[in-house]
Design a protein around this ligand. Structure first.
Ligand SMILES: [Zn+2]
Length: 260
């Protein structure tokens, strides 16, 4: 029998917290049975238009590429030609292989998985996630935590790339509206539409947005709550809901930048 480590306790608590703290406006969930319309920011208002049908479509443009001066030197989105699949199979393939973790007081074992029917290869998505979580600017920057990617089922959390409709199912009762991502039930659920399209206001490019997306949702898995923009022109905390907007902050995907 395994002893219950403090980290696992933290992660269990984090899951409970994250059920009310992902990238979804909270009012809707605070009043789930309200019959009155709830005035809340529309996730879609700040996001590229998502194709409603057919279930597979190609992005017509690169929303995070060259629409602003700050992104003029950024490389084009690496996967701009990858289609967004609105609804895939609901089954997942875990990326094979893994990595050893650096020494740290707490080692988070995570599995990377991709919904079957999506065009992204699990190995490629896992390589991106592993690069992000292993970066010294990620959550390991404090020295308290390290990440170990594993392929089996004995993991502390999962990083899941899923089609928008599957995201909605995995994140329920949170309302991800087919547009945004969440952390729920031990899963950092990454919406494939956002992974491929980013958001227009993230002027540092799609790769930087992906770094934000993974660090933000995994941050929920570590128990971190949303954090406001500390002031205009300052780097955004990674736990700011940057998919919706920056509130005057500069886009940032790394916890170490702001000491988060
Ligand atoms: Zn969040």
């Amino acid at each position: 029998m395994d002893a219950i480590s403090p980290l696992r306790v933290v992660l269990v608590l984090a899951v409970a917290v994250a059920l009310i703290s992902c990238e979804v406006p909270r009012p809707r969930y605070a009043q789930p049975s309200s019959s009155a319309p709830v005035a809340e920011p529309s996730p879609a208002s700040a996001l590229p238009p998502a194709p409603a049908s057919p279930s597979v479509s190609s992005p017509a443009s690169s929303p995070s590429a060259s629409s602003s001066p700050a992104s003029s030197s950024a490389p084009p989105p690496p996967s701009a030609a990858v289609p967004v699949v609105r609804r895939a199979t609901g089954a997942f393939t875990a990326a094979p292989g893994g990595q050893e973790a650096p020494s740290a007081p707490h080692v988070v074992r995570y599995v990377v998985e991709v919904e079957q029917g999506l065009p992204e290869a699990p190995e490629a998505f896992a390589a991106d996630v592993q690069r992000i979580l292993s970066d010294p600017r990620s959550w390991s920057h404090t020295g308290d935590v390290a990440f170990q990617r594993v392929a089996g089922t004995d993991a502390d959390l999962r990083v899941t790339l899923a089609s928008p409709e599957t995201v909605d199912a995995l994140c329920a009762p949170l309302n991800t509206a087919g547009e945004v991502s969440c952390f729920a039930n031990g899963r950092a659920v990454i919406n494939q539409a956002r992974w491929e399209l980013g958001v227009p206001h993230f002027s540092t490019g799609l790769t930087a947005y992906r770094e934000y997306l993974v660090n933000h949702e995994v941050g929920h898995g570590l128990g971190h709550q949303h954090t406001p923009c500390p002031g205009p022109g300052l780097p955004a905390p990674v736990m700011l809901q940057q998919t919706y907007g920056l509130d005057g902050c500069l886009p940032n995907g790394w916890p170490a930048t702001t000491g988060g």
